[in-house]
Design a protein around this ligand. Structure first.
Ligand code: PEP
Length: 252
């Protein structure tokens, strides 16, 4: 299975900054075939980035969306709009959306269903907080999130699950430690087994489970070499073209 390496730029980069990143990044990874690369800029840069990515080996994703295609939802963006602008992927249920914007598993479930219905591939984020891990609740939390967020979803192969332990997410701190490769692998294997129970062995094997949380050039290779880590969702280290290109090149 080809690895998926996705950049989550969060609320960073103006249109000009986004475009200049893409022109530098494209040159750095032009011969890459070992990974599927996705850039998820803020909504305001989607159009410009979409144009820059035409005829390249890089795909476009969004960081969030509403579950309706249109309507009286001030400030929201719909799946139709994302499709039209050239998005293939959409990040859903990121821990920052859960924490700062009160997104619940039920809401995220509606978004996952709406994305799939509109031909967008969700990158569904799950993961425990530090406190939940300390209390030995990691697997319970992940299981609960996945079961609720995937309720009624049958096209599981079009979904990538991003395991993002909240305690490992950098929030802009380049010195934040990632999960160890062993801890990340344990969680990924747990998710794979869970999917096997919810769907079947084949579906579980063919669904990408990617790791997010302080992935950077220094640790990407060892994380991406683990048997159940099928890619990465990269925040802070994806803001710099050289460091993101190095991470992409670490994928085998
Ligand atoms: C994220 O929040 O999706 C993420 C992976 O962030 P970072 O790489 O900065 O920890």
């Amino acid at each position: 299975m080809q690895k998926l390496i996705a950049a989550n730029w969060k609320m960073n980069k103006t249109i000009n900054e986004a475009v200049s990143f893409i022109s530098e990044f494209k040159k750095l990874i032009k011969d890459i075939k070992n990974a599927e690369i996705v850039i998820c800029p803020p909504f305001t840069s989607l159009q410009a980035v979409s144009k820059e990515l035409k005829n390249s080996n890089i795909k476009l994703g969004a960081q969030n969306m509403h579950f309706e295609n249109a309507g009286a939802f001030t400030g929201e963006i719909s799946p139709l709009m994302l499709k039209e602008i050239g998005c293939e992927y959409v990040i859903l249920g990121h821990s920052e959306r859960r924490e700062f914007f009160n997104e619940t598993d039920d809401l995220i479930n509606k978004k996952v269903a709406a994305a799939l219905k509109n031909g967008l591939k969700p990158i569904l984020c799950v993961g425990e907080t530090a406190e939940q891990r300390q209390h030995g609740k990691t697997e319970d939390v992940i299981e609960d999130q996945i079961i609720k967020c995937l309720k009624g979803v049958d096209k599981i192969k079009d979904v990538a699950i991003a395991y993002e332990p909240v305690w490992a997410i950098s929030r802009g701190n380049p010195n934040q430690k990632a999960a160890t490769k062993a801890d990340a692998e344990d969680a990924h294997l747990f998710i794979r087994k869970l999917l096997e129970g919810m769907y079947d062995e084949n579906a579980a094997k063919n669904t990408r489970i990617i790791y997010g949380g302080s992935m950077k050039p220094e640790n990407a290779k060892e994380l991406l070499a683990m048997p159940d880590i099928d890619g990465g969702l990269v925040g802070n280290a994806s803001l710099n073209a050289k460091s993101f290109a190095e991470i992409v090149k670490s994928a085998r």
